[in-house]
Design a protein around this ligand. Structure first.
Ligand code: PLP
Length: 384
C-alpha cells in the first residue's frame, strides 16, 4: 500500500484540474494579450479562474494577481510594499515563518530596516502583547502566517489584523497552508495582502496568487509587461491559472465537510500513535491547528530514520528537521518553540488531504509502532 501523508509539502493534482487544463495545451494556446481571436478566446478563462480564486477567499476579482508561486507572492508582498511606502516602515514578522518570508526579512535587515521577529511559546503561539509593543515603535508592515506549515498551528489572524490596522500598519499574511483547508472570508478581516500557492490545494506547482486589497500600495516585483494590471509582468501561464481556478472551485464546494472528515482521520492517527507508541509528544497547539496536520515527536530517535523506514513501507511523511551541512539540525520552527533536544530530533509531520482514507491511516498505525520499537532499541541517545 502507498500512503501519501506529506500534503503540506505538495498535493496531488486533482483529476478535474488536469482535465480543465488540457485544452489550454492543445487548442487554446493563444496569448491572452493578442488582439486576434486566438488570444481573445483565452482571456475570458483567466477572468473565470480569477473569479474562482476570489470566491474561495471572499475577495473581489480585481484584487487577485497571479504569480508563479507562494514564494514569489511573499516576496512581492514584502519587498513591493516596502518600495511603494511613502515612509520608512519597520518590518514585523515571527520566528516561525516560511523562508519565503524570513529571507526577505534578512534582505530588509541588510538594508538597515528595523526588523522585529516575534517569539512563539512552547505550543507555537504568539504573544500579542509583544506584537503590540512592536507596533508602538512606528509605522510597520506586519507579515504573520495564517497557519504554520510544520505544526499546523493557526495564528489568530483576525485579532492580529485588528491590532495592526488600529496601529496604522499594513497587514500581510502567508496563507499558503490555510487556503483550501479552512474557510476564509476576507470581507470580514482587515488584511491588506495575502499569499497563496496552487500546489498546496491540488493545483500544479508553479502557480500562486497575491491578493492585494483595493487601495493597498504595492510596487511590482517583476518589471515587464502590462499583465495583471501592470502589477506582475510576464505572459500569463494560462493552463496553470485555469487549473488553479478549478482547484479553488473544488476546494470551495465542500470545504466545511472536508475539514471535518480530514480532522477525524488526523485525530484517528494521533490517538492511535499515542496509544501504540510510548514516549511521544504532540508538537504545537492542538486546539488552534489545521485539520490536516499532526506534528509529533518520537523521543530518543532521529526523525530521518523513521522517515526512511516509513518510506520503505510505502508511507510518505516529513521530518521537522533539515539536514544542514551534514548535521541533523531541528527546524527553526521546532527550535523557536523550545522543544527539548531529545524530542526535537525525532519530530515527524503527517499532513493529510481529501484523498486520504481510514484504511490508509490504519495501515500507518500497523506499520509505524514496530518501526519505532526497532529504532528505540538501536537509539544512539542511550535510552535505558
Ligand atoms: N509559505 C508557506 C507557509 C509554505 O508552506 C510554502 C511552501 O511550502 C511557501 C510559502 C512557498 O510556496 P511555493 O512552494 O509555492 O513557493
Amino acid at each position: 500500500m502507498n500512503v501519501y501523508l506529506d500534503n503540506n509539502a505538495t498535493t496531488a493534482v486533482a483529476p478535474e484540474v488536469i482535465e480543465a487544463m488540457l485544452p489550454f495545451f492543445k487548442e487554446l494556446w493563444g496569448n491572452p494579450s493578442s488582439m486576434h481571436a486566438f488570444g481573445g478566446r483565452v482571456r475570458r478563462y483567466i477572468d473565470e479562474a480569477r473569479q474562482h480564486v476570489a470566491d474561495l477567499i471572499g475577495a473581489d476579482r480585481s484584487e487577485i494577481i497571479f504569480t508563479s508561486c507562494g514564494t514569489e507572492s511573499d516576496n512581492m508582498a514584502i519587498r513591493g510594499t516596502m518600495e511603494a511606502a511613502t515612509e520608512r516602515l519597520n518590518f514585523i514578522t515571527t520566528r516561525v515563518e516560511h523562508p519565503a518570508v524570513l529571507e526577505p526579512a534578512r534582505w530588509l535587515k541588510a538594508r538597515s530596516h528595523n526588523v522585529i521577529e516575534l517569539d512563539v511559546d512552547s505550543e507555537g503561539r504568539l504573544d500579542l502583547a509583544q506584537l503590540q509593543r512592536a507596533l508602538s515603535l512606528g509605522p510597520a508592515l506586519v507579515s504573520v502566517m495564517w497557519a504554520n506549515n510544520e505544526t499546523g498551528v493557526m495564528f489568530p489572524i483576525r485579532e492580529i489584523a485588528e491590532l495592526v490596522k488600529a496601529a496604522g500598519g499594513i497587514m500581510h499574511t502567508d496563507a499558503v497552508q490555510a487556503v483550501g483547508k479552512l474557510p476564509i472570508d476576507l470581507r470580514g478581516i482587515k488584511i491588506d495582502l495575502l499569499s497563496l500557492s496552487g500546489h498546496k490545494l491540488h493545483a500544479p506547482k508553479g502557480i500562486g496568487v497575491i491578493y492585494v486589497r483595493k487601495g493597498a500600495r504595492i510596487a511590482p516585483f517583476l518589471l515587464g509587461g502590462h499583465q495583471e494590471g501592470g502589477k506582475r509582468g510576464g505572459t500569463e501561464n494560462v493552463p496553470y491559472i485555469v487549473g488553479l481556478g478549478k482547484a479553488c472551485e473544488l476546494a470551495q464546494r465542500n470545504i466545511a465537510e472536508e475539514m471535518i472528515r480530514v480532522a477525524v482521520l488526523r485525530d484517528r492517527l494521533q490517538k492511535g500513535i499515542l496509544e501504540k507508541c510510548s514516549d511521544v509528544r504532540v508538537n504545537g497547539d492542538q486546539i488552534h491547528r489545521l485539520p490536516n496536520t499532526l506534528n509529533i515527536s518520537f523521543l530518543y530517535i532521529e526523525g530521518e530514520s523513521i522517515l526512511y523506514h516509513l518510506s520503505d513501507a510505502g508511507i510518505a511523511a516529513s521530518s521537522g528537521s533539515a539536514c544542514t551541512s551534514g548535521s541533523l539540525e531541528p527546524s527553526h520552527v521546532i527550535r523557536a518553540m523550545g522543544v527539548p533536544f531529545i524530542a526535537a530530533h525525532g519530530s515527524i509531520r503527517f499532513s493529510l488531504s481529501r484523498y486520504n482514507n481510514e484504511a490508509e491511516i490504519d495501515y500507518v498505525l500497523e506499520k509505524l509502532p514496530p518501526i519505532i520499537r526497532k529504532l528505540r532499541d538501536m537509539s544512539p541517545f542511550g535510552r535505558t
